[in-house]
Design a protein around this ligand. Sequence first.
Ligand code: FAD
Ligand code: DHB
Length: 391
Amino acid sequence: MRTQVAIIGAGPSGLLLGQLLYKAGIDAVIVERQSPDYVLGRIRAGVLEQVSIDLLDKAGVGQRMHAEGLPHGGIELLFKGARHRIDLEGLTGGKHVMVYGQTEVTRDLMEARSAAGLTTIYQAGDVTLHDFDGAQPKVRYTKDGQTHEIACDFIAGCDGYHGVSRASVPESALRTYEKVYPFGWLGVLADVPPVSHELIYANTGRGFALCSMRSAKRSRYYVQVPMEEKVENWSDAAFWAELRNRLDPEAAERLVTGPSLEKSIAPLRSFVAEPMRFGRLFLAGDAAHIVPPTGAKGLNLAASDVGYLSTAFAEYYGEKSPVGIDTYSDRCLRRVWKAERFSWWFTSLMHRFPETGEFGQKIQEAELDYLVQSKAASTALAENYVGLPLV
Ligand code: FAD
Ligand code: DHB
């Protein structure tokens, strides 16, 4: 088989890139290790920035998002037992975010891809990348006991943190930066109305909590747990009791509980691999960088990477210009590091760190108090939360 761009991974970055390339008249094939149902079963991000909304519109898949997504013009910060609203819209000149789950984004992209008759190879085994330092890269995989080869002009590594693309780059060509946090997020998805119509980020002596949602009838909640915690140790009743304990009295009273549809623990990590291009291989999304989820930046960074990459390929094929592909890594990394900084800062502000004790808690409360009182500090939070502009 031959194509212009071979995309590894059918997560949000691979699928969105595929759709943007299709709109630009560029041929692409996606190779994915898992089945479509497995990919759709992963419950992850929930908040889209304007940049991501615009890219989904450009890809022609924004219809259901605009109909069913929930625009949010504010978030609430809960500390010392009281909630304080950050007016995202007022502080950023009218910008907002959209609450629309990664599962739905992925579903919309999958449906658009199959409606357009584009090729995705699911359940591909032993995916390997070849010759991306030369002019004729290749991707090989096995399916139904046979080995297949895709010859291509470029490879897009959209296969997440544990994928094969970054692992195929010689170690000497890669510099990595990493921070692992000593806790994770225990998340529950449940068909119960959200406790509040806006998201609540809570700093408490018992640890962080987040009240989010997927719709007016479906809630997504998280509580900070120690890194070594096991999900099997958490019954639904234990989860609801812990979440209630981390809310202010009014929210605790309003909290509606119910059976969990999904329950899992996500570890928290900051990670960046530089550069994001090696010859004709380009890394995008979680394959190149991970943020702790506190600022809801992971999916949004994946979207902006593939926004840059699709434009670069369109310039290469359309205007015969290599400028986009030559500047891809630097442009992405400027944005990535700002999101890394914000996610690290918001994580550090909101979580309980075992090593800093009560002093750390007091310092966090003082910073939060300053944050909600100072327009300058609230504006810095709001600008980053709604997403920095593309440069
Ligand atoms: P992925 O979504 O990881 O997709 C990569 C795809 O590549 C997968 O489908 C995988 O099966 C496939 N693949 C892997 N290896 C291979 C291979 N060898 N061959 C072929 N295919 C392969 N972000 C937020 O903003 N908010 C959140 O609340 C949040 N929660 C998260 C919870 C968890 C448990 C995780 C892991 C991430 C979370 N994120 C969150 C981050 C966000 O979901 C990611 O940033 C986003 O999924 C990145 O998309 P991606 O397409 O780059 O990578
Ligand atoms: C969600 C996840 C986040 O990391 C976040 O900051 C906000 C919302 C969510 O899953 O809904």
